[in-house]
Design a protein around this ligand. Structure first.
Ligand SMILES: *Cc1c(COP(=O)(O)O)cnc(C)c1O
Length: 429
């Protein structure tokens, strides 16, 4: 494959955009090489500026659950555009998508739309603080909740009392209000609660983690968080930006039967346009302005194009009785094929999977939290990534990312992917 035009475009971009990209992971820093510039996409495939075709397992990092350029979404957006693209006034379609979302997701009465997952999580935490009158939050190492200051906190041995920011620009004042816990480790959460009891507003968690590879919650973890929140007057925030409308119509709340107090959405809910949302029961949502005192706003929030895309997407998901079964079957098939290909050549690995999320880790221990996810053989992952790319398979350029399976993938596409894994495995043996 040739990447001449992508290379030239990347050079040009670096002159006027920091690092040549508008979101860091796109720059291929973790795997080396030049990022591929996308030109178009349709169904399961993305085409680059050099005319190469890739089977796409990134899918815009999640939104394209039903494939690229999904006709109902494209038609809805094109049609909507003709009658004006933003008004800064309420529109009927906002209520329409809100009603549909509230009917699909358990345990919520009201939903507020924003422009990104970051905004959704940031606003959810503000709401939790305003509602409880407390300051601190607990988050889990390896969980990503967008790039707002409170979430860019890494652990140190002092994490029990004070977090340490892991980006310059995040103040100590902000960092001290975010406590860091280990995913899938209830004991660790209990210790943090005991040490900070009076001032804890919320626990925010990816109920199925997807930003350190795919890590499902262990038995009892989410239930335990629910119990701890209830016992300590804290709110439980499920960040379902990745899992919402992907793992089930009602997300992980439905899948695992555990209720959150506030739920965050993004990605799939926008059908590929910039949309995020957060939702809760009336008792909590009524604290939000203009009804209540907790401020939150957005010039383009509930934008008609974004709402048209999201509504078309949710309607398709809601009316397709077999969708989640089909996605699960495809992901299982891929899992089995990849495992067999790697085993045939003795490549040590662990594969995590739930619904349409899957990740391949190059070590044999089970991957249950950030530490175990970070254990993988990163050099081997880099070789894997570039081997797959060369064979026309586009997986995320980082060992810490989940692959997103779309309904547009055919079994032929999956077989082609498995064959590519086998070629890689053979070259490693
Ligand atoms: C992608 C993601 C976010 C951030 O969403 P953006 O739209 O990129 O701001 C937050 N939480 C989770 C779980 C995500 O996967």
């Amino acid at each position: 494959m040739l990447y001449q035009r992508s290379s030239a475009l990347f050079k040009e971009a670096q002159e006027v955009i920091p690092g040549g990209v508008n979101s860091p992971v796109r720059a291929f820093k973790a795997v080396g090489g030049t990022p591929i510039f996308a030109k178009s996409a349709k169904g399961a495939y993305v085409y680059d500026e050099d005319g190469n075709r890739f089977i796409d397992y990134i899918n815009s990092w999640g939104p394209m659950l039903l494939g690229h350029a999904y006709p109902p979404v494209v038609e809805a957006v094109v049609e909507k555009t003709k009658s004006g693209t933003s008004f800064g006034m309420p529109t009927a379609i906002e209520t329409e998508i809100a009603e549909l979302a509230v009917s699909m997701v358990p345990n919520i009465d009201k939903i507020r739309f924003v422009n990104s997952g970051t905004e959704a999580c940031m606003s959810a935490v503000r709401l939790a603080r305003g509602y409880t009158g407390k300051d601190k939050i607990i988050k889990f190492a390896g969980c990503y909740h967008g790039h707002s200051d409170s979430f860019l906190i890494a652990a140190g041995s002092g994490a029990v009392t004070f977090g340490t920011p892991n980006s310059p620009g995040v103040t100590q004042g902000t960092a001290k209000d975010t406590l860091l816990a280990k995913y899938n480790n209830l004991e660790n959460v209990k210790e943090l609660i005991e040490a900070n009891e009076e001032n804890l507003a919320a626990i925010i968690v990816e109920p199925v983690a997807g930003n350190m590879g795919c890590i499902p919650p262990v038995e009892g973890f989410l239930e335990g968080l629910r119990t701890l929140c209830d016992a300590n007057n804290m709110l439980l925030i499920f960040d379902e930006v990745m899992t919402g409308f992907r793992l089930a119509k009602g997300g992980v709340q439905e899948l695992k039967g555990v209720d959150a107090d506030i739920v965050c959405f993004g990605k799939v809910v926008g059908g590929g346009l910039p949309v995020g949302a957060f939702a809760a029961r009336n008792a909590i949502m009524n604290h939000l302005a203009p009804q209540g005192p907790v401020y939150q706003a957005g010039t383009l929030s509930g934008n008609p194009l974004a709402m048209a895309a999201g509504l078309a997407m949710l309607k398709s998901i809601n009316s397709d009785q077999d969708l989640f079964k089909r996605l699960d079957d495809k992901t299982k098939y891929l899992h089995k094929g990849i495992a067999e290909a790697l085993n045939r050549y003795g490549i040590t690995h662990t594969i995590n999977r739930i619904g349409s999320m899957i990740s391949v880790h190059f070590h044999e221990d089970s991957v249950i939290d950030f530490d175990t996810a970070a254990n993988g053989n990163n050099d081997q992952f880099k070789r894997f990534f570039h081997s797959m790319l060369k064979q026309g398979i586009y997986i995320a350029p980082s060992a810490f990312e989940t692959w997103f399976i779309t309904d547009a993938l055919s079994y032929e596409d999956l077989d082609e992917t498995i064959k590519a894994v086998e070629v890689f495995a053979k070259s490693e043996a």
